[in-house]
Design a protein around this ligand. Structure first.
Ligand code: C2E
Ligand code: MG
Ligand code: MG
Length: 647
């Protein structure tokens, strides 16, 4: 079973793997081979030198037996000596030349045909060795010793060393590939794919094709697992915040993150797992011999913890999160594509559930995914056929005066009936259909507002929810302007709601430019679902936001046991201090209103006042408010500003 190591140890080694990627096994073996080659050469040359010295000492002894005068460098070398030297120093013993020297003055006493005079060091093919005389101090015999046999022998040794080095590398690679070649481990005849071609070049993990092939072999083998309880688990990984890393720090930093994550996955999962990079920031692992979901759960926790640790990218440090989908497999039950799809679905649910978590596949996820796919198919047709309409929910101030309404889209599906935006807005955002859908929503809102005013009903503004994709659309502002013009409306007639996370995304991006342009043109901006995302106060001020809409989870908490008012009070006072109006969303009962008013919340919206109404219901509702004496004081007048009404 793959082990779950001690986290600190895992982290340290993970960092080493991530940071020390240059220390690959191939490089280590190459360095060792080069070192051995250098040592071989060194020892061979030393051997040649030693032999040269021995031969030189023997020659010197022979020379020194001659009368002194005849062997001085200036004297003639006796023919008898030359002859005896030639008999002793046959071509076999390697001496190529002998020269007797007094200081710098040398005289050749023996030389093989073609041999160069021995100078010093290397006189190819001879190594020049100087042997000092112990009889005539100051004399030296320079021996030209043949290096060639030593070099041939060294070359032979080098060849053997290189072959051995390559062998070690191949064996090591084979061992590394062993867990990857699951089928081989499980007894299948299928061999592991050839090293190199099956790897993702960036991370060194298996690429998608090789990973799927490994899962297929595992799936097709009939050998039962060691534990007998399960046939393994497929884990599907997706990084959280990876896009932000690429957008903020660039693609080189993104690559470093992917490498670091691959190293951490490899180390944490150990040898009992086949790991692959499926593309982008998606990875997957096949865990063999895992017995229970509990083991996987524990492993998932460690993986999330490890991957989420800060990553060094040159001078920068940042971090990503990890969402995991897990599918416990039964061999041969499903095709590889279905196994991956199930793990992917579970991962998608992990993302939807808030990221940085692991989910196991459940059958319901498959049904949900099919239904999402169907929604996606139906949605574009629905936009064309104008199956959408708007409903409106009033927003009132502290005096119950109607300030405006929020528009909420509804889909009248031909077979499914009314579909809520929760089911299709996120799909529209993912597919880009939100752009034509958003355009249609603005059109519908403008038409409804004009029709309402035609009935002489007062309504200061309609608030419209916007998505990030709409803000990134370069045509958005012009299209809104055109729609207003067509319907004879002004920017002050509309307010745009953007969620807290949308407002905080892309500090210098086109979304920000669009928001600023909208604010400059006179449209009001409201931050929706405030408190559920993250905010930078500087950015809120910079965007000239008009309202903070406090998310309904905080409002709902007011009437719950153990209610802690700290967060709500903080949000209301923050809005007040920033000169921004606070709006409580999802107000459902009078106790909430009492608490919110007393805490200084300026506006309310929720089912207590009215559930979202269609256009004709809104008209009747507004009429009722006008006619209702209890409301008289609070009825809004188009010329009255909020501040005036508060006086
Ligand atoms: P949101 O903008 O925060 O809208 C408020 C949601 O809370 C609405 O749900 C509304 O019906 C619901 N709500 C209001 N008062 C209460 C209450 O007292 N109790 C409870 N339990 N719920 C209350 P709805 O209409 O289902 O919309 C859900 C989300 O879908 C919206 O959240 C918004 O994010 C999105 N959405 C709706 N219409 C549009 C649209 O036209 N464009 C875009 N981009 N998003 C939209
Ligand atoms: Mg909203
Ligand atoms: Mg909201």
């Amino acid at each position: 079973m793959a082990s779950v190591p001690n986290t600190t140890q895992a982290s340290v080694k993970g960092e080493v793997q991530a940071g020390g990627a240059w220390l690959t096994p191939a490089r280590v073996v190459l360095a060792a081979v080069l070192l051995l080659c250098a040592l071989q050469l060194f020892f061979r040359v030393s051997d040649a030198r030693a032999h040269g010295e021995v031969e030189g000492a023997a020659a010197l002894a022979m020379i020194e037996q001659q009368p002194a005068a005849s062997i001085t460098p200036t004297g003639q070398v006796p023919a008898a000596l030359q002859a005896s030297l030639a008999t002793v120093f046959t071509p076999r013993n390697g001496v190529l030349s002998l020269a007797l020297c007094q200081g710098a003055q040398c005289s050749s006493v023996f030389a093989r045909p073609g041999a160069l005079p021995c100078e010093s060091g290397l006189s190819w093919p001879a190594l020049c060795v100087a042997v000092p005389s112990h009889v005539n101090i100051g004399d030296t015999l320079k021996v030209g010793y043949d290096l060639q046999p030593y070099l041939w022998s060294a070359l032979l040794d080098l060849g053997v060393t290189i072959v051995l080095g390559a062998g070690v590398l191949l064996v090591w690679r084979g061992k590394q590939a062993a867990p990857q070649a699951v089928a081989g481990k499980a007894g299948s005849p299928a061999a592991a794919p050839a090293a190199g071609s099956d790897r993702d070049p960036l991370t060194g993990l298996l690429n998608r094709v090789a990973f799927e092939a490994a899962v297929k072999r595992h799936n097709e083998t009939s050998t039962p697992s060691a534990t007998g309880e399960t046939d393994g688990c497929l884990m599907y990984f997706d990084l959280d915040r990876f896009k932000a890393i690429n957008d903020t720090h660039g693609h080189i930093a993104g690559d470093l993150v992917l490498k670091a994550v691959a190293g951490r996955l490899r180390y944490t999962l150990g040898n009992g797992a086949v790991i692959g990079r499926l593309g982008g920031d998606e990875f997957a692992a096949l865990l063999i011999d895992v017995s229970t979901q509990t083991t996987i759960q524990q492993m998932g926790r460690v993986l999330i913890e490890q991957v989420s640790k800060p990553i060094q990218m040159g001078g920068l440090t940042d971090s990503v999160g990890l969402s995991i989908g897990a599918f416990m497999l039964k061999r041969g039950e499903l095709a590889v594509g279905d196994i991956l799809h199930r793990a992917d679905l579970a991962m998608y649910e992990a993302k939807r559930g808030g990221r940085g978590r692991m989910m196991f596949f459940e059958e319901a996820m498959d049904a949900a995914s099919r239904s999402r796919a169907q929604v996606q198919i139906d949605l574009s047709k629905a936009i064309q056929d104008r199956e959408m309409f708007m409903v409106y929910q009033p927003q009132v101030d502290a005096f119950d005066s109607i300030r405006g309404v929020e528009s909420l889209v509804r889909w009248r599906h031909p077979t499914r009936g009314l579909v809520s935006p929760d089911e299709f807005i996120s799909i529209a955002e993912q597919t880009g259909l939100i752009v034509p859908l958003g355009k249609m929503i603005i059109e519908l809102v403008c038409a409804d507002l004009v029709a309402l005013r035609a009935q002489r009903l007062a309504l200061p503004y309609v608030s419209v929810n916007l998505s990030l994709r709409q803000l990134a659309d370069p045509a958005f502002v012009d299209e809104v302007q055109e729609a207003l013009k067509r319907h004879g409306l002004n920017p002050t007639d509309l307010e745009f709601e953007i969620t807290e996370s949308t407002a905080m995304v892309g500090q210098a991006a086109k979304e920000t430019a669009t928001l600023k342009r909208l604010a400059e043109m006179g449209f009001r901006l409201a931050i929706d679902d405030f408190g559920t995302g993250y905010s930078s106060l500087g950015r809120l001020l910079d965007l000239k936001v008009d309202k903070l809409k406090i998310d309904r989870v905080f409002v709902a908490a007011i009437t719950k046991p153990n209610f802690d008012p700290a967060l709500l009070e903080l949000m209301i006072s923050l809005a007040k201090r920033m000169g921004i109006k606070s709006v409580a969303e999802g107000v459902e009962n009078v106790d909430q209103v009492v608490w919110l008013r007393q805490a200084g919340c300026q506006m309310m919206q929720g089912d207590l006042y009215s559930r979202p109404m269609n256009h004709s219901q809104l008209i009747s509702w507004l009429r009722l408010q006008e006619g209702d004496n209890d409301f008289d004081e609070g009825v809004w007048s188009p010329t009255m500003t909020m501040e005036e009404s508060e006086v």
